[in-house]
Design a protein around this ligand. Structure first.
Ligand code: ADP
Length: 245
């Protein structure tokens, strides 16, 4: 059996009596790229919030790398190796892509070093490699403010990878991007999937088709079904949920 990096058992989250997640079970193999889809309000954001420790489960258990995350706060779970990219890019606009990546590499050191320390040779190599991976070599020393929205998304994914997480959580990375930018982000995620475990939440079905090997459909806080994109698109339950037929 494949090694599991993440296991979620019987997860329920209640908000003031409203059940956002309802007895949800989920597991992710080490090295797997999984896309989560589902209509608005299905519980996708809450699901990521529980994994990162932002939201505490009402009942149920999350196990990451074989260890329960129960009782841990967000920064402790981040230190265990969970990295999250939010929907809108959070890059430092008056720094260059190279500086943004250097800062991310330095995060685990003290704040002074992170802001003012010169990168070590190993860090400089990592940053150069990441600039290639996110295909921003030619814009490495421009202010990030000058990047397109898609380039900023790629930079922020690079910043996440610079922190060497074992699991990347990526929330709607292509919302508002052009077709070309969307394809570039897809290519980047597929390249990262060679060496990372990744969960992506996404609405854009063309994009899901580009990157997904396995898709999980959430509905009313539970897993409705899982499988290949073809499997889930042809599942009558999914058609009913999306089209109301
Ligand atoms: P999705 O990301 O799939 O659109 P969410 O996880 O954001 O779904 O939300 C799931 C449900 O939980 C929604 O009905 C939402 O209104 C509700 N919800 C989310 N966060 C809270 C909260 N902090 N308090 C009350 N209800 C919430």
């Amino acid at each position: 059996m494949n090694e599991k990096i993440l296991q979620i058992e019987n997860l329920t989250v209640n908000f003031d009596g409203f059940r956002a997640l309802n007895d949800l079970n989920f597991s992710l193999d080490k090295g797997e790229l999984r896309v989560i889809i589902g209509p608005n309000g299905a519980g996708k954001t809450t699901f990521l919030d529980v994994i990162t420790g932002k939201t505490k489960p009402t009942t149920g258990q999350v196990t990451f790398k074989g260890k329960p995350t129960q009782g841990k706060v967000e920064y402790e779970i981040a230190r265990m190796g969970v990295g999250r990219k939010f929907q809108t890019p959070r890059v430092y606009l008056n720094l260059t892509p190279r500086e943004n990546l250097e800062l991310s590499c330095n995060r685990h050191k003290n704040v002074w070093n992170a802001l003012f320390g010169a990168p070590s040779r190993a860090e400089a190599r990592t940053v150069t490699g990441l600039l290639e991976t996110i295909r921003l070599e030619t814009k490495a020393d421009l202010k990030a403010d000058l990047l397109s929205h898609g380039e900023k998304q790629r930079l922020e994914i690079g910043m996440l990878v610079a922190q060497s997480p074992d699991l990347l959580l990526v929330d709607e990375p292509v919302a508002g991007l052009t077709d070309e930018e969307t394809e570039n982000v897809g290519t980047l995620l597929l390249a990262l999937a060679e060496s990372h475990s990744i969960i992506v939440i996404e609405h854009d079905m063309e994009f899901v088709r580009q990157i997904a090997r396995k898709v999980t459909v959430l509905h009313q806080g539970s897993v409705l079904c899982e499988g290949s994109m073809d499997d889930v698109q042809n599942d009558p339950r999914v058609i009913e949920v999306y089209l109301g037929k």
